[in-house]
Structures are given as C-alpha cells and as structure tokens.
Design a protein around this ligand. Structure first.
Ligand code: 4NP
Length: 163
C-alpha cells in the first residue's frame, strides 16, 4: 500500500480538492487497494471543518465529491506513516521541511513536480474569485494524472481493464 498525503495551508481548498480528485482517479484506475489518499494542512485553523464551499462546488461541477473530507493539521505521525507528502506550494513545503525529521525528509515534494507543466505550484485561491478555484481544479486534475502515472511505474501497479 502506497500512502499519499496532500498538504496545503488550511486543508479546506487545495489539498482537499487534490484528495477528492486523486482518490477518484485512483479508483477509476482500479488501484484503491494499492494507493491510500489523505490530506492535511500546515495550519490547524479549520480543524474538523468541511472543505470550503467554493471548492466543494467547483469539484461537484466536475463530478467530484469532497463532502467526506474534514480539515486536520499535519501530525508528526504523518511523517512516519505516509510515503509521499506533497505540498501545494513552496511556502507549505518549506514549513513541512522545518518540522519533518531528517530520516523522512525524502518524502516531501511539490505535488506538481510530477507533472510536466509550466507551473510548479497550485496557487492559494482563498482570497480570490472563482477563477482561482477553477484553476486549482484544473491543475489538480493534471497533477493527479501525472502522479498516478509515476506511482504505477515506480511501484509496478498493473491493472487489467479487460476482465
Ligand atoms: P488552502 O487555502 O490552503 O488551499 O486550504 C486557504 C484556506 C484558508 C486560509 C488560507 C488559505 N485562511 O487564511 O484561513
């Protein structure tokens, strides 16, 4: 089982979107028994809360459900238990690097580093308009496809779609 944790600041916009979209992509690929998906925030500001209503709406418009996700803060156990800890932007990556034990630091990466895109960060949409949430959804879908491809190759997950 490969464990993937998406991390942003509040765990109500970007990382829950990645959580819901990537879980859907993993399920579509028939790999839910091989890849476990989770998300968390570097702040605890929205602990226990649902994803932001704008993220939920944007996701629903594209056929994804985020209503099962509740915001939580990254814990020290995450550094031990997770295999991939993927930050949405450099600020969150830097903050994770400050608190992650050295032996687990190799797990920390930027989510979009797996994708061949002209951008490497998923911008914070919280204080902006709806176009920011649409951009998050689009980047997360592209990043998810690239991450899934990487995991399938790295961990040799082969699933037959023919039977
Ligand atoms: P997220 O967005 O990190 O993508 O969940 C934010 C959510 C809340 C806040 C900032 C960013 N906030 O300032 O409360």
């Amino acid at each position: 089982m490969t464990k993937v944790l998406f991390v942003c600041l509040g765990n109500i916009c970007r990382s829950p979107t990645a959580h819901g979209v990537f879980a859907y992509q993993v399920a579509e690929a028939g790999l839910s028994d091989c890849i476990r998906v989770d998300s968390a925030g570097t702040s605890g500001w929205h602990d226990g809360g649902l994803p932001d209503s704008r993220s939920m709406q944007q996701a629903a418009d594209h056929g994804y459900d985020l209503s099962f996700i509740r915001s939580r803060k990254v814990t020290s156990a995450d550094f031990v238990e997770q295999d991939y800890i993927l930050a949405m932007d450099r600020e969150n990556l830097k903050n994770l690097q400050k608190i992650c034990p050295q032996e687990h630091a190799y797990k920390l990466k930027l989510f979009l580093d797996f994708a061949d895109l002209p951008v490497s960060e998923v911008p914070d949409p919280y204080y902006g308009g709806n176009e920011g949430f649409e951009r998050v959804l689009n980047l997360v879908e592209l990043g998810g496809v690239a991450l899934l491809d990487h995991l399938q190759k790295t961990h040799k997950y082969f699933v037959s779609n023919f039977y």
